[in-house]
Write a protein that binds this ligand. Structure first.
Ligand code: GDP
Ligand code: MN
Length: 345
C-alpha cells in the first residue's frame, strides 16, 4: 500500500501550465516564512519540491518575511520555478508581541525555560514565529482568496515523485489537514497549554467535535511522563514544518476563539508554545478526525526526521527510517498513537 491515495485526480494536461487560463488548480499556494539570509536553503527546498511535484502543477509560491525580501532572494527563488512567486511583508500588528505581553516577565520566564533546556527560549523572534504560524499567517491580505496551502521550510528535502495534484486531493476528498510526521514535544515548552485548553473547553463544551481525536490528544499510556509534565496533554503532535491544510479551519470561529484564548493567556511568550502543538490540539479536538490525512507517499525530511515510503518513486531516503541521528530519537515517533486512536484518516 505505497501508491497514491484513492480518489486522486491524475494530472491531465496543459490545464496545469503556469499561465493556464482554464486551470484545474485548486485555490492554493506553496507557503514559506523565511529570512533573506536563508535564501540558499530555501532554494534547495524549492528545487526538491519542484522536481518531485510542483513542476507538474505549477502552484504559486508565496514567501513571507517580517523584513522586506532582498533582490537577491527574489532573483534566486524565482529562478528555480516556472510558477508565479509572491513576496509578502508581514504587517507589524501580525508579528509584534501583543500589548499585554510584559517584556520583563518575558525575560524572567525565558531564564526559567532556558534552565529547563528549552531551545530558543530567549529568542523573541522564535516566539513571534510560533505565534504567527499559529494564528496569524492565514489573516495576511495576500491569502485572502486562497484556501489551501502547503508549508515549506528552508533546508527540507522531498524524495518521492508525486504525480497527482495534492491540493485537489485535499479538496476532492474533503480533507482539512495533511501531515507526514508525528512527534512527542518537550513538555517544558508548554506546561500550561493543556490546562488553558481544558479551561477553554469547559467554557465551550459544544466546540468539541463529535468525531474528534481527543483520545489521541490526552493519551497517557505511551509516554506517561510527557503527559504528566504537560498536565494532561500527550504532547504528540503533527510536525508542522510540513503541513498541507485548508485555511477555512483556521479561519473558523471555533479556531479563532481558541487562538484568541491562548494568545491572551500569554504562553506564546511566557512559555514557548509551538504552532505544532497548538494546531494539533485544535485539530484533535475541533475537527472530524477522518478529515486528517497522513501523506505516507510524500517522502520528506526536516533534520533530524524523515518520512520515507517504500516505493520505487522515492530516491535518497531509507524506507521506514525515522532518523539517521542519535538512536534515542526513534523514541520520539508517535505516529502509532495517531493510527491507534484515529485510524488512517
Ligand atoms: P525550527 O525548525 O523549529 O528549528 O525553526 P526554524 O529556525 O526552522 O524556523 C521555522 C521557520 O520559520 C523557518 O521557515 C524559518 O525560516 C522561519 N523563521 C523563523 N524565525 C524567523 C524570523 O524571525 N523571520 C522570518 N522571516 N522567518 C523566520
Ligand atoms: Mn525548521
Amino acid at each position: 500500500p505505497t501508491g497514491e491515495p484513492e480518489g486522486v485526480l491524475v494530472r491531465t494536461s496543459d490545464r496545469y501550465a503556469p499561465d493556464a487560463k482554464d486551470s484545474d488548480r485548486a485555490s492554493a499556494t506553496l507557503l514559506a516564512l523565511v529570512r533573506n539570509e536563508e535564501v540558499d536553503d530555501m532554494v534547495a527546498s524549492m528545487v526538491d519540491l519542484e522536481r518531485t511535484w510542483n513542476s507538474k502543477f505549477n502552484y504559486p509560491w508565496t514567501f513571507f518575511n517580517d523584513k522586506p525580501f532582498s533582490d537577491e532572494f527574489k532573483k534566486k527563488t524565482s529562478a528555480v520555478t516556472n510558477a508565479t512567486c509572491n513576496y509578502e511583508l508581514i504587517p507589524k500588528e501580525h508579528w509584534d508581541a501583543p500589548s499585554w505581553i510584559d517584556p520583563a516577565i518575558f525575560e524572567e520566564s525565558a531564564a526559567v525555560l532556558k534552565k529547563n533546556g528549552v531551545q530558543y527560549a530567549n529568542m523573541m523572534s522564535y516566539h513571534q514565529m510560533c505565534r504567527w504560524n499559529s494564528g496569524m499567517f492565514y489573516k495576511h491580505p495576500a491569502l485572502k482568496d486562497v484556501r489551501y496551502y502547503w508549508r515549506v521550510e528552508p533546508k527540507v528535502h522531498f524524495f518521492c515523485d508525486v504525480d497527482y495534484d495534492v491540493f485537489r486531493y485535499m479538496q476532492d476528498n474533503n480533507k482539512t489537514y495533511g501531515f507526514t510526521i508525528n512527534l512527542y514535544d518537550d513538555p517544558h515548552t508548554l506546561p500550561t497549554l493543556w490546562p488553558q485548553t481544558a479551561k477553554f473547553l469547559a467554557d465551550h463544551p459544544n466546540y468539541l467535535h463529535e468525531r474528534s481525536a481527543i483520545k489521541w490528544v490526552i493519551d497517557d499510556t505511551r509516554r506517561p511522563q510527557h503527559n504528566r509534565e504537560a498536565q494532561g496533554f500527550s504532547t504528540c503532535h503533527f510536525w508542522s514544518n510540513f503541513e498541507v491544510a485548508d485555511m477555512e479551519f483556521w479561519r473558523s470561529k471555533v479556531y479563532e476563539d481558541y487562538f484568541e484564548h491562548l494568545d491572551r493567556a500569554g504562553g506564546f511568550f511566557y512559555e514557548r508554545w509551538g504552532d505544532a502543538p497548538v494546531h494539533s490540539i485544535a485539530l484533535g479536538l475541533f475537527e472530524d478526525s477522518s478529515k486528517i490525512h497522513w501523506f505516507r507517499d510524500i517522502g520528506y525530511q526536516h533534520i533530524p526526521f524523515f518520512n520515507c515510503p517504500n516505493s520505487p518513486k522515492c530516491k535518497g531516503c531509507v524506507t521506514g527510517r525515522l532518523t539517521d541521528g542519535e538512536p534515542f530519537l526513534h523514541r520520539e515517533d508517535c505516529r502509532p498513537n495517531w493510527f491507534k486512536y484515529a485510524g488512517m484518516g
